[in-house]
Design a protein around this ligand. Structure first.
Ligand code: SAM
Ligand code: SF4
Length: 472
């Protein structure tokens, strides 16, 4: 129990932003049962590992973490208490039975689509005398979004909002279609209502989330009559009309779903930030076909061209996989060529990791680790140089920065630029808490590999900034 008589809840989140969103909604589901988040699993009444299955090491990390938690659970039981230990997320979905077999200390295993049922699961776990673990990895007919509570924990200045889940694309390397299920879009009204609640809670920047967020096609209705389906561009324009929202972003997009309306929204909607994460995975058409990406390198380059025509300063980011089965030196060179042609502001790159149950995992011509490691190092060197150049080009500019949290150094705050860079600024002692949540113009004075440093320009804030005086 915490000092105020609440039960302690510790959630450890692995992987993508969808999991970050799901973890915060699990906290909301458990709040009416008296659970309050704490920072350590030791002494907790409930521990949830919200897992990611995208690469091999991620699931191994979960099993080693479960070993560590077993000791804490035993410690708690020796004190006469109880610790409900749960595994959630995509490893739970894919390897639920294996988890219960390998880690009998686990009480609950549930997937990404069933966490709205947590209250019943927890009650059953606390009643269960035999100590056997429960498994709930259905893809239920009801949508969890219809059952999640409206109340939310204080989200801060920037928040995620899940609008789309699942995937029907079946890239040959990816587990998502198996762990997150079929593509589903939340109805427009439900998204707008959650956005308004976030704004009332103080949120200014909303990032729409989905495994294929730009495949969004949500049902709309006006005054009770069906209003067809909306794409992401239309949804973003409607969100931009909500007073209090100052910034919008969305992630992750698939090149095939970058339609004209969405590209036009980048040109026309100033609240939509000039940054897009648009994974390409490879620059080789042969590998893209083997990956079942359903687009060529040239298709991707044409999309980049259209985006840049719509919004010349848009900053681009991507995901890359190196060492996919059968990738030759020439294929890899095509990837480097595409990177050089696009010029990324930042990017994520991974060695191909065979995932059980996916077609690529059983392909012949799996590449040796050493080849993957060498290619990854080469690609990361190029991407790192591009990111450093992009950050350097921001020095001397004034950028609006939404201050989100305290930095690592005393007297420092951290926020995001429109281009998604982390920006550190020093602020006078005693003003930190008051300034968090404000949008300020910042004179950018230094560039680092992954962030920028700058100085607040308080007298010169842009019109849309929330002005805040910084006298202590
Ligand atoms: N839906 C997004 C898309 O279409 O690109 C990506 C979703 S996935 C959760 C995030 C990234 O993980 C992918 O873009 C890919 O680069 C990487 N990834 C997925 N499966 C992988 C695998 N088997 N090995 C290495 N990286 C992988
Ligand atoms: Fe995975 Fe491909 Fe679907 Fe993205 S589009 S989630 S990479 S299967």
């Amino acid at each position: 129990m915490t000092e105020n008589g609440k039960k302690r809840l510790f959630i450890k989140t692995y992987g993508c932003q969808m999991n970050v969103y799901d973890s915060s909604r699990m906290t909301d589901v458990l709040a009416p049962l008296g659970y309050e988040p704490v920072d350590s699993p030791r002494g907790a009444d409930m521990v949830i590992l919200n897992t990611c299955h995208i690469r091999e090491k991620a699931s191994e990390k979960v099993f080693s973490e479960l070993g560590r938690l077993r000791a804490f659970k035993q410690e708690r039981e020796a004190e006469g208490g109880d610790m409900v230990l749960a595994v959630a997320g995509c490893v739970a979905q894919a390897e639920g039975e294996e988890i219960l077999r390998r880690a009998p200390q686990v009480d609950l295993v549930f997937g990404p689509q069933t966490y709205h049922r947590l209250p019943e699961m927890v009650a059953r776990a606390l009643r269960s005398a035999d100590g056997g673990g429960q498994l709930d990895i259905d893809f239920p007919v009801e949508s969890k979004f219809d059952h999640l509570p409206e109340e939310m924990a204080a989200p801060g200045a920037a928040a995620f909002l899940s609008v789309q889940e699942g995937c029907d694309k079946f890239c040959s390397f990816c587990v998502v279609p198996y762990t997150r299920g079929a593509e589903f879009s939340r109805p427009v009204a439900s998204v707008l209502a959650e956005a308004r609640r976030l704004v009332e809670a103080g949120v200014q920047e909303i990032t729409l989330l989905g495994q294929n967020v730009n495949a969004y096609h949500g049902e709309a209705e006006t005054g009770g009559t069906p209003g067809g389906t909306w794409g992401l561009g239309r949804l973003l324009r409607a969100l931009a009309e909500i007073e209090g929202i100052t910034r919008l972003r969305y992630t992750t997009s698939h090149p095939r779903d970058m339609d004209d309306d969405l590209i036009a929204a980048h040109a026309e909607e100033p609240k939509l930030m000039p940054y897009l994460h648009l994974p390409v995975q490879s620059g080789s058409d042969r590998i893209l076909a083997a990956m079942n990406r359903q687009h060529t390198a040239d298709d991707y380059l044409r999309i980049v061209e259209r985006l840049r025509r719509a919004l010349p300063d848009i900053a681009l980011s991507s995901d890359f996989i190196v060492g996919f089965p059968g990738e030759s030196d020439a294929d890899f060179a095509e990837t480097l060529r595409l990177v050089t042609e696009v010029g990324y502001a930042q990017a994520y790159s991974f060695k191909y990791s065979p995932r059980p149950g996916t077609p690529a995992a059983v392909a012949d011509e799996q590449l040796p680790e050493a080849v993957k490691a060498e290619r990854l190092a080469g690609l990361q060197q190029l991407l790192g140089a591009q990111a450093a150049a992009f950050n350097q080009a921001c020095v001397g500019r004034t950028l609006p920065v939404l201050l989100e949290r305290a930095g690592r150094k005393p007297g420092q705050l951290v926020g995001r630029s429109p281009y998604m860079q982390s920006v550190h600024v020093p602020v006078p002692e005693g003003t930190q808490q008051r300034l968090i949540g404000s949008l300020f113009d910042v004179a950018i004075e230094a560039a680092y590999d992954h962030s920028l440093g700058g100085r607040l320009l308080v007298d010169d804030a842009p019109q849309h900034s929330t002005r805040a005086r910084i006298s202590a």
